[in-house]
Design a protein around this ligand. Structure first.
Ligand SMILES: Cc1cc2nc3c(=O)[nH]c(=O)nc-3n(C[C@H](O)[C@H](O)[C@H](O)COP(=O)(O)OP(=O)(O)OC[C@H]3O[C@@H](n4cnc5c(N)ncnc54)[C@H](O)[C@@H]3O)c2cc1C
Length: 104
Protein backbone atom coordinates (compact mmCIF):
# COMPACT_ATOMS: atom_id res chain seq x y z
CA UNK A 1 0.00 0.00 0.00
CA UNK A 2 1.37 3.38 -0.97
CA UNK A 3 -1.08 5.59 0.89
CA UNK A 4 -0.55 6.05 4.63
CA UNK A 5 -4.26 5.51 5.22
CA UNK A 6 -5.50 2.31 3.54
CA UNK A 7 -9.08 3.66 3.49
CA UNK A 8 -8.12 6.82 1.59
CA UNK A 9 -8.56 6.36 -2.16
CA UNK A 10 -6.31 7.82 -4.82
CA UNK A 11 -8.23 10.26 -7.01
CA UNK A 12 -8.15 9.12 -10.63
CA UNK A 13 -9.27 10.77 -13.88
CA UNK A 14 -10.92 8.59 -16.50
CA UNK A 15 -8.59 9.09 -19.46
CA UNK A 16 -9.94 6.53 -21.92
CA UNK A 17 -12.93 4.19 -22.19
CA UNK A 18 -12.88 1.12 -24.43
CA UNK A 19 -15.99 -0.94 -25.17
CA UNK A 20 -14.71 -4.53 -25.17
CA UNK A 21 -18.04 -6.37 -25.55
CA UNK A 22 -21.69 -5.78 -24.59
CA UNK A 23 -21.68 -4.65 -20.92
CA UNK A 24 -17.87 -4.94 -20.69
CA UNK A 25 -15.64 -1.86 -20.63
CA UNK A 26 -12.01 -1.04 -19.97
CA UNK A 27 -11.18 2.22 -18.21
CA UNK A 28 -7.76 3.83 -18.28
CA UNK A 29 -7.43 5.77 -15.01
CA UNK A 30 -4.74 8.41 -14.57
CA UNK A 31 -3.51 9.45 -11.12
CA UNK A 32 -4.50 13.08 -10.55
CA UNK A 33 -1.44 13.47 -8.33
CA UNK A 34 1.63 12.81 -10.49
CA UNK A 35 3.83 11.94 -7.49
CA UNK A 36 1.31 9.35 -6.26
CA UNK A 37 1.25 7.86 -9.76
CA UNK A 38 5.03 7.58 -9.90
CA UNK A 39 5.25 6.04 -6.42
CA UNK A 40 2.38 3.57 -6.87
CA UNK A 41 3.33 -0.05 -7.44
CA UNK A 42 1.51 -3.39 -7.48
CA UNK A 43 2.07 -7.01 -8.44
CA UNK A 44 0.37 -8.62 -11.43
CA UNK A 45 -2.84 -10.27 -10.24
CA UNK A 46 -3.54 -7.90 -7.36
CA UNK A 47 -6.89 -6.15 -7.17
CA UNK A 48 -8.21 -2.73 -6.22
CA UNK A 49 -11.37 -1.10 -4.91
CA UNK A 50 -12.88 1.35 -7.41
CA UNK A 51 -15.36 3.91 -6.09
CA UNK A 52 -18.11 5.92 -7.70
CA UNK A 53 -18.86 8.75 -5.29
CA UNK A 54 -22.35 8.43 -3.81
CA UNK A 55 -22.74 4.84 -5.05
CA UNK A 56 -20.04 2.65 -3.48
CA UNK A 57 -17.01 0.55 -4.29
CA UNK A 58 -16.43 -2.49 -6.51
CA UNK A 59 -13.54 -4.93 -6.68
CA UNK A 60 -11.62 -5.40 -9.95
CA UNK A 61 -8.20 -6.71 -10.85
CA UNK A 62 -5.71 -4.26 -12.32
CA UNK A 63 -5.66 -5.18 -16.00
CA UNK A 64 -2.64 -3.12 -17.10
CA UNK A 65 1.01 -4.21 -16.73
CA UNK A 66 2.68 -3.42 -13.41
CA UNK A 67 5.57 -1.81 -15.32
CA UNK A 68 3.43 1.17 -16.46
CA UNK A 69 3.63 4.36 -14.40
CA UNK A 70 1.07 7.12 -13.90
CA UNK A 71 -2.02 5.16 -14.85
CA UNK A 72 -3.76 1.81 -14.42
CA UNK A 73 -6.45 0.04 -16.41
CA UNK A 74 -9.37 -2.07 -15.22
CA UNK A 75 -11.85 -4.16 -17.19
CA UNK A 76 -15.29 -4.71 -15.69
CA UNK A 77 -18.67 -6.17 -16.54
CA UNK A 78 -21.87 -4.35 -15.57
CA UNK A 79 -23.46 -6.42 -12.81
CA UNK A 80 -25.29 -4.11 -10.43
CA UNK A 81 -25.29 -0.83 -8.58
CA UNK A 82 -21.64 0.26 -8.70
CA UNK A 83 -20.63 -1.21 -12.05
CA UNK A 84 -23.72 0.33 -13.71
CA UNK A 85 -22.84 3.72 -12.19
CA UNK A 86 -19.24 3.30 -13.34
CA UNK A 87 -20.38 2.49 -16.87
CA UNK A 88 -22.38 5.74 -16.92
CA UNK A 89 -19.29 7.89 -16.33
CA UNK A 90 -17.44 9.71 -19.12
CA UNK A 91 -13.85 10.60 -19.97
CA UNK A 92 -12.64 13.39 -17.66
CA UNK A 93 -14.70 12.33 -14.66
CA UNK A 94 -13.19 11.27 -11.33
CA UNK A 95 -13.26 7.92 -9.54
CA UNK A 96 -11.59 6.65 -6.36
CA UNK A 97 -9.05 3.82 -6.36
CA UNK A 98 -7.63 1.88 -3.38
CA UNK A 99 -4.91 -0.62 -4.14
CA UNK A 100 -3.05 -2.98 -4.01
CA UNK A 101 -4.84 -5.87 -2.30
CA UNK A 102 -4.40 -9.63 -2.44
CA UNK A 103 -1.44 -11.76 -3.45
CA UNK A 104 0.29 -11.18 -6.76
C1 LIG B 1 -10.87 -10.35 -6.02
C2 LIG B 1 -11.94 -9.97 -7.05
C3 LIG B 1 -11.56 -9.51 -8.29
C4 LIG B 1 -12.55 -9.17 -9.23
N1 LIG B 1 -12.14 -8.68 -10.46
C5 LIG B 1 -13.07 -8.32 -11.36
C6 LIG B 1 -12.68 -7.77 -12.63
O1 LIG B 1 -11.48 -7.60 -12.94
N2 LIG B 1 -13.67 -7.41 -13.49
C7 LIG B 1 -15.01 -7.57 -13.18
O2 LIG B 1 -15.87 -7.26 -14.02
N3 LIG B 1 -15.39 -8.07 -11.99
C8 LIG B 1 -14.47 -8.43 -11.07
N4 LIG B 1 -14.89 -8.92 -9.86
C9 LIG B 1 -16.34 -8.98 -9.58
C10 LIG B 1 -16.84 -7.57 -9.21
O3 LIG B 1 -16.25 -7.16 -7.98
C11 LIG B 1 -18.38 -7.56 -9.02
O4 LIG B 1 -19.00 -7.97 -10.22
C12 LIG B 1 -18.86 -6.15 -8.70
O5 LIG B 1 -18.34 -5.73 -7.45
C13 LIG B 1 -20.36 -6.08 -8.66
O6 LIG B 1 -20.70 -4.84 -8.06
P1 LIG B 1 -22.08 -4.12 -8.36
O7 LIG B 1 -22.29 -3.11 -7.25
O8 LIG B 1 -22.09 -3.57 -9.74
O9 LIG B 1 -23.14 -5.28 -8.30
P2 LIG B 1 -24.09 -5.69 -7.09
O10 LIG B 1 -25.21 -4.70 -7.04
O11 LIG B 1 -23.28 -5.91 -5.86
O12 LIG B 1 -24.59 -7.09 -7.62
C14 LIG B 1 -25.65 -7.21 -8.57
C15 LIG B 1 -26.11 -8.63 -8.66
O13 LIG B 1 -25.15 -9.37 -9.38
C16 LIG B 1 -24.69 -10.45 -8.57
N5 LIG B 1 -23.28 -10.53 -8.83
C17 LIG B 1 -22.33 -9.60 -8.51
N6 LIG B 1 -21.12 -10.00 -8.93
C18 LIG B 1 -21.28 -11.22 -9.54
C19 LIG B 1 -20.41 -12.13 -10.22
N7 LIG B 1 -19.09 -11.87 -10.35
N8 LIG B 1 -20.93 -13.29 -10.72
C20 LIG B 1 -22.24 -13.56 -10.60
N9 LIG B 1 -23.14 -12.72 -9.99
C21 LIG B 1 -22.66 -11.57 -9.47
C22 LIG B 1 -25.01 -10.10 -7.14
O14 LIG B 1 -25.14 -11.27 -6.36
C23 LIG B 1 -26.30 -9.33 -7.31
O15 LIG B 1 -27.39 -10.22 -7.40
C24 LIG B 1 -13.93 -9.29 -8.91
C25 LIG B 1 -14.29 -9.74 -7.63
C26 LIG B 1 -13.32 -10.09 -6.73
C27 LIG B 1 -13.75 -10.58 -5.35
Amino acid sequence: MNNQNIYLPYLMTIEKITDEAPLVKTFRLKFKNEEEGNNFSFLTGQFGEYSVFGEGESTFCVASPSTRKGYIECTFRQMGRVTNALAGLEVGETVGFRCPYGPG
